[in-house]
Design a protein around this ligand. Structure first.
Ligand code: FAD
Length: 193
């Protein structure tokens, strides 16, 4: 006599066990560490190909996190910190108003000055202080600030042998995204102090 004939509950439990194993096997396919560069997808190789103009990467479709950067749970590296900070600064510039108030102009200047004192990479902060002394903040309008930021980012790029970004593409790279009722416009206030 078969087990299932002896006890129908046993048969149900066996089926559930099979389903559970199936789900575990398939989920684990999504969680394995990313493969070595030689086995990565063609898109991944294209994305990282040094033959491409590096800025062309921006127009490629986004690639899932597990394929591009290892997820780190510890302190961030100098590169990660830099990338995140530039993202913040260029996004801020993209939202910076065409006609900023006196307070807004003062705030961005202060923000840059604070970076030269408090940016959590001392060498970078010291270097940025020199960069700013040769390139005082220009924040008279949205265009002025975005271009100024692009240029100082390029000064940093040059100093660490990174490619120079074409500043005429800064709007295309960081330009205003759709933000209902300007809710992500951190500098949206028109109140002058
Ligand atoms: P990032 O330079 O971080 O740029 C991020 C993205 O911004 C790029 O992928 C690109 O799409 C875009 N981009 C690049 N250049 C421009 C530009 N000119 N205008 C607009 N968009 C652009 N690292 C050091 O080793 N030494 C330093 O002295 C140093 N100083 C730094 C000072 C500051 C204020 C900051 C914020 C970072 C500094 N860094 C420094 C870090 C360094 O600039 C990079 O952030 C880091 O090396 C990672 O580089 P990345 O190639 O990911 O691109």
């Amino acid at each position: 006599m078969l087990d299932s004939e002896k006890n129908p509950l046993q048969s149900v439990l066996k089926t559930l066990d099979k389903i559970s194993s199936f789900i575990q096997i398939h989920l684990s396919n999504f969680m394995v560490p990313s493969p070595s560069p030689s086995t990565k997808s063609p898109l991944f190789s294209l994305y990282h190909s040094s033959k491409l103009n590096p800025w062309d990467r921006d127009s490629l479709p986004s690639i899932p996190l597990k394929d591009t950067k290892e997820k780190s749970a510890g302190p961030v590296s100098k590169e990660e910190l830099g990338r995140a900070t530039w993202t913040f600064l260029h996004t801020l510039a993209a939202r910076y108003p065409d006609n900023p108030t006196r307070q807004q102009k003062k705030d961005v200047k202060e923000l840059m000055a604070i970076l030269t004192r408090m940016y959590p990479c001392k060498d970078c902060a010291d270097h940025f202080k020199k960069v700013l002394s040769g390139n005082p903040v220009q924040a008279g309008s949205h265009t002025e600030f975005s271009l100024w930021l692009c240029q100082v980012h390029n000064v940093v790029n040059r100093s660490i042998d990174k490619p120079i970004f074409p500043c005429e593409r800064v709007e295309a790279r960081w330009g205003k995204s759709e933000c209902p009722e300007r809710e992500c416009d951190v500098l949206g206030s028109t109140i002058d102090f």
